[in-house]
Design a protein around this ligand. Structure first.
Ligand code: GDP
Length: 297
């Protein structure tokens, strides 16, 4: 992991300074150079890195070193706290309504990001919390996507609503909501079509669904392994369709953490969950604290 040795690096920088009671500007600058390098190596957005190091610097200079810590540990503590801040401080819950009130989620993302898998993972999670989800196959361009959703839905014991590939996604979504209402299902999850790249048709289709269906939350699924591309994709969807938050997939393979660190700072949208593997149980809530510890090692 690019970040793995950040704590060690900082400790080394500060070894010579052991015993000093206050962090001087020169000390902090040396440490921040290391932090900056590590963040850039991790593919964190450049502007975010700049802002981040600036705020660590402001907080660290002149700071009294806490009892029991050496100056290196003190800077690491400040860096840790700022990393947590950067990622939004607290875990953000998906906005699912209480009781039997119907929640409609629209799941969006590029092809291959892991959307279909994630939709099924999430349905399983909601089911285990006592919800009754309905998965809706709105990717009418790829019959294989419909089949995949059906296979995954079956594994999770969650119904999949499909009208094949000849109907308009707006009509499918509307019919699915009626179906959910008459079958006492309370979370409708619309699996929309993804493309390989962002294109106008895809965005237009998502806007159409949103304009015609009462969507409570739009959730973007992005691949963490694509680093800054994931952040750009999130920004694009946020600007064009509007999103309420993100699920970052393939965090098990992401050794750098750049996307996780930048998404909230760049788009202002929280990360709800992270995908940690291919199995349908591999979905975890996102904890900024844990991510910061993983980065600092
Ligand atoms: P979609 O095109 O966005 O619907 O993507 P899929 O759901 O078909 O997923 C694409 C590939 O990514 C599949 O091989 C999934 O098993 C894999 N995948 C999805 N989420 C994760 C994850 O969190 N970790 C890993 N390692 N693989 C994942």
């Amino acid at each position: 992991m690019a970040f793995e040795s950040l704590t060690d690096k900082l400790q080394n920088v500060f070894k010579k300074l052991k015993g000093k009671g206050r962090l001087t500007e020169a000390d902090v600058k040396v440490a921040l150079k290391e932090v900056k390098m590590a963040l850039l190596e991790a593919d964190v957005n450049f502007k975010v890195v700049k802002q981040f190091t600036k705020s660590v610097q402001e907080k660290a200079i002149g700071q009294d070193v806490m009892n029991g810590l050496n100056p290196g540990q003190m800077v690491i503590k400040i860096v840790n706290d700022e990393l947590v801040n950067l990622m939004g401080s607290e875990t953000t819950e998906l906005p699912i309504k209480q009781g039997n009130d119907l929640t409609v989620l629209m799941m969006v993302g590029l092809q291959g990001a892991g959307k279909t898998t994630t939709v099924a993972k999430l349905a399983g999670k909601l089911k285990s919390k006592g919800k009754r989800p309905l998965l809706v196959a709105c990717d009418v361009y790829r019959p294989a996507a419909i089949t995949q959703l059906q296979v995954n839905g079956e594994k999770q014991g969650v119904e999949v609503f499909s009208m094949g590939d000849k109907q308009n996604p707006v009509d499918i979504a509307k019919a699915a909501i009626e179906h959910a209402k008459s079958n006492q299902q309370n979370v409708v999850m619309i699996d929309t079509a993804g493309r390989l790249h962002i294109d106008e048709d895809m965005m237009q289709e998502l806007e159409n669904i949103k304009a015609n269906v009462n969507v409570d939350a739009t959730v973007l699924v992005v691949d963490a392994m694509t680093g800054q591309d994931a952040v750009n994709v999130a920004q694009n969807f946020s600007d064009k369709v509007g999103i309420d938050g993100v699920i970052l997939t393939k965090m098990d393979g992401d050794t750098r953490g750049g996307a996780a660190l930048s998404i909230k700072a760049v788009t202002g949208k929280p990360i709800f969950y992270v995908g940690m593997g291919e199995k349908l149980s591999d979905l975890e809530q996102f904890y900024p604290e844990r991510m910061a510890s993983r980065i600092l090692g």
